[in-house]
Write a protein that binds this ligand. Structure first.
Ligand code: HEC
Length: 103
């Protein structure tokens, strides 16, 4: 089986669009426009929301481990659980989206 370049691009575009939509709906208020942890509700939380691009760059952190952290949340610190709200693929799309908009 072979995939054409345009099919791959269309697939990437739909993941990007999904990540963008879900990020804006579910994450941006706390994590800010570019994921830096500076959203409008950040100041009212027990902990400062994570700087997502910094997290992605941490040596001992992988995208997969961040997906687990996102689904699990950390409700005591103000990070809601996304279990049952988004899928693993949605969380990957969100992280890819945040990574992409840093450039
Ligand atoms: C109500 C505010 C809020 C919302 C909404 C929110 N977060 Fe968070 N997030 C936080 C806070 C606060 C922390 C820091 C938690 C801590 O210090 O343990 C955090 C931490 C994180 C971390 C770091 C986890 C780690 O292990 O260090 C990631 C990644 C993250 N959030 C991604 C997301 C994504 C993706 C979404 C949307 C699906 C989202 N957050 C929605 C407040 C929020």
């Amino acid at each position: 089986m072979s995939f054409t370049a345009s099919a791959a691009t269309a697939n990437d575009a739909s993941h990007f669009a999904n990540g963008k939509t879900k990020y804006r709906q579910l994450c941006q208020a706390c994590h800010g426009d570019k994921g830096l942890g500076d959203g409008p509700t950040a100041a009212s939380l027990p902990s400062k929301p994570a700087n997502i691009p910094n997290k992605l760059g941490e040596f001992f952190t992988t995208k997969n481990s961040l997906v687990d952290d996102i689904l699990e949340g950390d409700t005591e610190e103000g990070m809601p659980s996304s279990q049952g709200v988004i899928t693993r693929q949605d969380a990957i799309d969100i992280l890819d989206y945040v990574e992409m908009i840093q450039r």
